[in-house]
Write a protein that binds this ligand. Sequence first.
Ligand code: GDP
Length: 426
Amino acid sequence: MPATVIVGAQWGDEGKGKIVDLLAQDSDLVCRYQGGPNAGHTIVVGEETYRIRQIPSGIIRGKACAIGAGCVVDPDVLIAEIDDLEARGHRTEGLVFVSGNAHLIMPWHVALDGARERRLGRLQIGTTRRGIGPAYADKATRIGIRVQDLLDPKILREKIELAVAEKNVWLERVYEIEPFDAQEVLAASLVHAARIAPWVADTSLLVDRALRDGRRVLFEGGQGTLLDLDHGTYPFVTSSSPIAAGAAVSFGIGPRRIDEVLGVAKAYVTRVGEGPFPSEIVGPDHDRVQSLGHEFGTVTGRERRCGWLDLVALRFAVRVNGITSLALTKLDVLSDFSELPVCVRYRLPDDTETEDFPAHQSDFHHCRPVFEVLPGWGAHVEDELPDAARAYVAFVEQALDVPVTLVGTGAAREHVLALQDDPLGL
Ligand code: GDP
């Protein structure tokens, strides 16, 4: 299938990086469609561990990689990432394409992100403080600076001067922190411009041509469905659209160009930061799952809260993304448990039960999980799934009416089982 979207089906950190890495082998172009350097993918290749934040992870496979208009780009991070890859022996020349319409994360965005979170204190959103939310906010208020502005020093100067004049008022008077000097920011931006200019491209045309030529295009989402700005658990969400349709918006292609949507979900659930989490594990099993799954953030190092697999939330992800197949990662983490609760319904405050994700925030905040307990397999999962693990996977498939085509059995690149000969029709 030429155009495939890989989407996080939970709250992010599902192990998308490894699945993208796997499918990138058979792709010609790998596209990142939203977010900025807040979503870290971790890819383990032999002794090497790559933590990739800005560039699509297909770069490790030597594939052409594009960053779409729906992304925000921190020039320092992008340049450092490419320099690091080059230093580790990966060729990047001619492989990096950045939409001129993507917005830049400027230094005041980072400063404001941190200052705002500190000011919110207990009520903070739990952002990564990398300036992503403020950059998207400026995009929506039409005062953002775009990648293509780097190509025109006159426009760049005007935009930076205008932005600094306004942002400094906020920084000094509201947050009582150091202002920025427009000339210093401009000088740094011109240095960035020299590096980034060769990468700027019309990524809509690039993808359109690739698809017309019958080439395989993979779109990778960051974060996950429940963190989607419109459809996630607002306000504990990201400031962009991780859901599959975001790929079409970001790259300027029609939604019918997308052939397959592969949802990536852990065999359990994790969530970083605040907000309701119905299937969160209570008791010692929580810390067992957390430590067996190494559930600490790639970018922030923050502890991830852990829960049992939530089929209500996953059914929602299948619906809003149009998921056509699922990859269930980290099944190995559950190998030590003799019993595995799976959340099959939510009990709402009025004592009714539902299989569908509540549309109203208060229902979601106050619902309780209804678990069905499945037997564990008590054996390390390697080349073949034990019967109980197979039954666990079959239970998920039946509940969601979606095939599970890939199963993750370990952190390394090769630790993935394909449950069908041709998991994606590739
Ligand atoms: P992403 O943002 O969705 O790519 O997720 P992260 O990279 O933040 O988290 C995934 C983590 O889980 C990484 O450390 C991976 O190496 C690891 N991982 C991925 N798949 C598996 C798996 O099947 N089993 C185990 N044990 N670890 C995995």
